[in-house]
Write a protein that binds this ligand. Structure first.
Ligand code: SF4
Length: 349
C-alpha cells in the first residue's frame, strides 16, 4: 500500500502514455484507474461537503496543464511583497489543512499532478531568459505542496538541474512533507531554498490533518540541510489560541537549536487569514471548529485577518523570541500591510 492510501487515479487520455505517467503508475500499482478528458471536470460525490473533500483527497489526477505553467505572483494593492513567479506543477495536495485556501479556489479538491514537465521547464526557461538581467525568484508550492508527490513525479530533480544553470535566479520549494529522497540524491545548488511550514504540534493535531508531525518535518529539514541545501522557515499561518505563545516559543527553541542557522535564509511570519468564501467551507466542513473564533477584520485585499493590534503584538512576541535566540537570521512578514511592517521595523531585517 502506498503512503498516499489512494483509492482511485484519474488519468487524462492525452497524457496516458507520457513518461511521467508511466513512472507514476509503476510506483502506484493495483489502484482503480479512470481515464478522463479533462481534470477540471472531475466530480467526486459525497453525502456532505466534508465527505466530498475527504473522498477527493483519496484520489489522484494525472493531467497535462495547457498554458499558465509559470505565473507572475504579485500581492494585491495595500499588501507588501515582492513580485515572484510561481510554477504551476499541480493543484491541491493529499494533506487536509483546515485553513487551506485551495478549498474555495478550484472546481474540485482532487490532488492533481501536471506531467507535461517539458512544457513546464520550457516556460520557466522563457522567463529566465527574458529576465536574465534581474535576480528573479520562482517558487513552487503555491497551489500544491512543492514536494507532495515528488517521489512519484521526480520534478524536483529537473527543476534543480535547470536552476543550477541560472545562478542569478532563485528557486524556493515550499513544503510540509518528508518526501525528500530526490533532494538527498542531488548535488545542491546555492540558489535553491527548501522551505518548510512549521506549526506547533497542537496546531498540526487540530488543523493540519494528514500532514507530517512537527518532529517529522524538522528531521526532514535537518537531513536536507545536512545534504547542503539552504533552508527557509515559514510560520504561516500563525494561529492564535489561548496558549499560543508557549507553543510557538517552544517550537522556535527546538527549530533554532537543531537547524544550522547559517544556512537558514529566512524566517517568515504570516497570521491566519481567509476570504469569506473560505470561512463558509471551513464552517460547513466542521461547524464546531475553533479556527474562526477570534477577532477578525476585513483588510484591504478582501481577506479577514486578526485585528491589527492583536497580530502586531503576536508578531512582536514571536520576533522577540527569535531575536533572543538568533541575532542574524532574516525575519520577514508574509502578506501583510505597510502599517504592520512599519510597526515591526525594529525586529525585521
Ligand atoms: S499542505 Fe498546503 S496545499 Fe496541502 S492542504 Fe495543507 S495548506 Fe493546502
Amino acid at each position: 500500500m502506498s503512503k498516499y492510501q489512494l483509492k482511485r487515479i484519474f488519468i487524462e487520455k492525452d497524457v496516458a502514455d507520457s513518461s511521467v505517467t508511466r513512472q507514476i503508475l509503476s510506483i502506484l500499482s493495483d489502484i482503480e484507474i479512470e481515464y478522463i478528458d479533462d481534470y477540471k471536470n472531475i466530480n467526486v460525490d459525497g453525502a456532505t461537503t466534508d465527505d466530498v473533500f475527504k473522498k477527493s483527497k483519496e484520489c489522484l489526477a494525472i493531467a497535462g496543464k495547457k498554458g499558465g505553467l509559470v505565473k507572475e505572483f504579485r500581492c494585491r494593492g495595500g499588501i507588501v511583497g515582492n513580485t515572484e513567479y510561481f510554477i504551476s506543477h499541480g493543484n491541491n495536495c493529499s494533506f487536509d489543512c483546515e485553513y487551506c485556501f485551495l478549498q474555495c479556489y478550484f472546481d474540485n479538491a482532487v490532488p492533481t499532478v501536471f506531467v507535461n514537465h517539458d512544457e513546464i521547464l520550457d516556460e520557466i526557461k522563457n522567463v529566465l531568459l527574458a529576465e536574465a538581467e534581474k535576480r528573479i525568484v520562482f517558487h513552487a508550492g503555491e497551489l500544491c505542496d512543492a514536494m507532495a508527490f515528488d517521489d512519484l513525479t521526480g520534478l524536483s530533480c529537473k527543476l534543480i538541474q535547470l536552476f543550477s544553470e541560472y545562478p542569478n535566479a532563485r528557486l524556493e520549494l515550499r513544503t510540509k512533507t518528508t518526501t525528500i529522497e530526490n533532494l538527498l540524491n542531488l548535488k545542491p545548488a546555492d540558489n535553491i531554498v527548501v522551505s518548510w511550514t512549521f506549526s506547533p504540534q497542537v496546531i498540526i493535531d487540530n488543523h493540519e490533518h494528514k500532514a507530517p508531525s512537527l518532529e517529522e518535518r524538522l528531521c526532514a529539514a535537518v537531513d536536507v540541510q545536512k545534504a547542503g541545501y539552504n533552508i527557509g522557515i515559514c510560520l504561516d499561518p500563525i494561529i492564535l489560541r489561548d496558549d499560543w505563545f508557549d507553543h510557538y516559543k517552544a517550537m522556535l527553541e527546538m527549530l533554532i537549536e537543531r537547524l544550522n542557522m547559517e544556512s537558514v535564509k529566512f524566517i517568515s511570519l504570516g497570521g491566519f487569514r481567509y476570504l469569506p468564501s473560505l470561512s463558509k467551507v471551513i464552517k460547513e466542513r466542521d461547524p464546531q471548529t475553533n479556527l474562526l473564533l477570534n477577532e477578525f477584520v476585513p483588510c484591504v485585499d478582501g481577506k479577514h485577518r486578526y485585528f491589527r493590534p492583536i497580530r502586531v503584538e503576536a508578531y512582536k512576541e514571536i520576533g522577540t523570541v527569535i531575536r533572543a535566540l538568533n541575532k542574524d537570521v532574516k525575519i520577514s512578514l508574509c502578506m501583510e500591510t505597510p502599517e504592520v511592517w512599519n510597526s515591526m521595523k525594529d525586529i525585521l531585517k
